[in-house]
Design a protein. Sequence first.
Length: 726
Amino acid sequence: MHFSNEALQESVMDDLESPATRDRVIHLHRGGTSVVIDLESEEVPVIVHWGEELADSTPETLRSLAVAARPQRVSGGLDRTARLSAVATEASGWLGTPTIEGHRGGVGFSIKPDVAEVRVEHHAAAVELEDAEAGIRLRWDIEVGVAGLLHQRMTVSNTGGGGYSLDALQLAFPTPGDATELLDTTGHHLRERSAQRHVFTLGTHLRESRRGRPGADATVLLAAGRPGFGFESGRVHGIHVAWSGNHRVLAERVVTGDAFLAGGELFAPGEVVIAPGASVSSPWVIGSWGEGLNQLAQRFHSEWRDRPQHPRRARPITLNTWEAVYFDHDFDRLAALADTAAAVGIERFVLDDGWFTGRRDDTRGLGDWEVDAEVWPEGLHPLVRKVTGLGMEFGLWVEPEMVNPDSDLARAHPDWILRGRSSLPPSARQQQVLDLANPDAYRHIADRLLALLGEYPIAYLKWDHNRDLVDAGSGPGGSPRVREHTLALYRLLDELKAAHPDLEIESCASGGARVDLGILDRTDRIWTSDSLDPIERLENQRYTGLVVPPEMMGMHLTSPVVHSSGRTVSLELSAAVALLGHFGVEWDLTSADEETRGRVAAWIALAKRLRPLIDDGTVVHVDGVEPGIDVRGIVAEDAAHAVFTITQVATSAAYPAGRVRFPGLDPARSYALRILSRPAHDPAQSPLAWAEESVTMTGHELGSIGVRPPVQFPQQATVVEIVSQH
């Protein structure tokens, strides 16, 4: 999906010979999206359109579009009204948030580059910009992906003498003038990605993460749209920073009429000093748009699925042992759990925390990645043989970036702990963070992981990251280290995948505190949240899915009393909420009776049957539903098949409730409806007519008019399957 500098340089066209740039206008378009770039009116290129594909435009009309976007001079302003350009700085007259800031020891702060070279190849462009006076060369890479995502990246090269301190580098995405409402997410552990809305007025709305990872309170997307935009309607544009360290996103509207979203890495003071002749690249910042958030999200999903490394096989039904046994690792108990798991149809058995040296609780042992000989005198081999002998894959929990001070590793190498002072940073979960940017620490951890993968047939690593990075430096009096640590993490994941190409890795970070496309470009799913409360999960999964496709979101059914909230929930509610993602189980199934295990097996069988739909389909969230009711679903790519869930979160004002719609189907086709699961306790006093009779409705009728939902108590859900009749 992303193009490398080298690949682009090898297959380019000179800008003066390209029809796309003959009139000094670049038009990149694909997947329903157009990006029009004006090269003529400023020293630096300006994006004059990002959004709807301009399939009928000509070079002449595109140049006219660029001309029509140029502002007049006004009283009280500069003699030439500054515009938001790819490199917007004060030296060019831009007085909003600059896209780049830096200096050389407090001097040489001014940047005003000129275009040196433009290369266009198919749906991508690379613009080289030079500021000889500042000793800076920039390369702006811009690409429209197969599904219409806009990707931007900036590379800064130091062509001058002495080090260049880079203080800020972010990519800007212009938004339409009528996009006057903002959407982002916030949260905390057990409640990540809760939505919040704001009016997009003059000024700056800034969101920053200084946690060394995106953080549970980070926004997975910053979006601007027409007032009242929803999932089904209302034009909306949004951006995501594909980076797993500190970052910032902002929405800004200035008095000269520009409005934009911008994002990039957030640098600590002095963190990035570019040596003469060296370069630093920003992360990719990715923009999507749509008529409603469903379409915006589908661009992310489709393009992510198009990557060559995207998991292609059916997502294995996974059981994780954490909430079943916690730290109580006993072979007989785990073997009994494995027998029960295999009997209900589990395909992957993951041994969670507690297997390594001295790990009887969460206060010690992190970093000592040797199998505990007291608990496992024969290593993990007996359990692995048991699991694989039952036809399941074996997975293992690790937390390689962390260390307990009470560990052999910390005692032997205290200098490997990230810190900015001689004293340790504030602790969290009784642990500190290893400095993976330290070559010795990196090699030690890589070798231990490779040894485990070499000794055992481990198909899956649950890779946890249970604390924020605080005061993260290279040691007393040293430099900030978040950026180099994040890059080292990426190298480590790449090394493990190169050595074991079939290995799958789940990114978990105290639940969902590291959800970004930087980590997901190297892993196979995320743990969406440590909260398995199905009611809490509804909003979390809705907004995580703005960027992450459903098959990469871990969704597990849980025990009757939810570990994270104490809520008592039915198996049917828990399973229905987990159904539209990567399905699994987080529960001691040996504690369930035979009848309950049979119901679990039935849900697992259903999840397996629906996997092709989940793994490739289009996610649909339904707007305009009566408060208290949640309707969402997944529609097959060919619109021949769909599944929807109707969840009663709370009592509704209408009783019985009004109709609910099932959008996203082919309007011209006829469809049959069938209820796959409904609550065991039906509060209605008469049957639901359409569930009792054989009804057929068109996609148009289902999407625009709909059906009466079943009467349900709060915390109940119904699953509806919809199948084309021709």
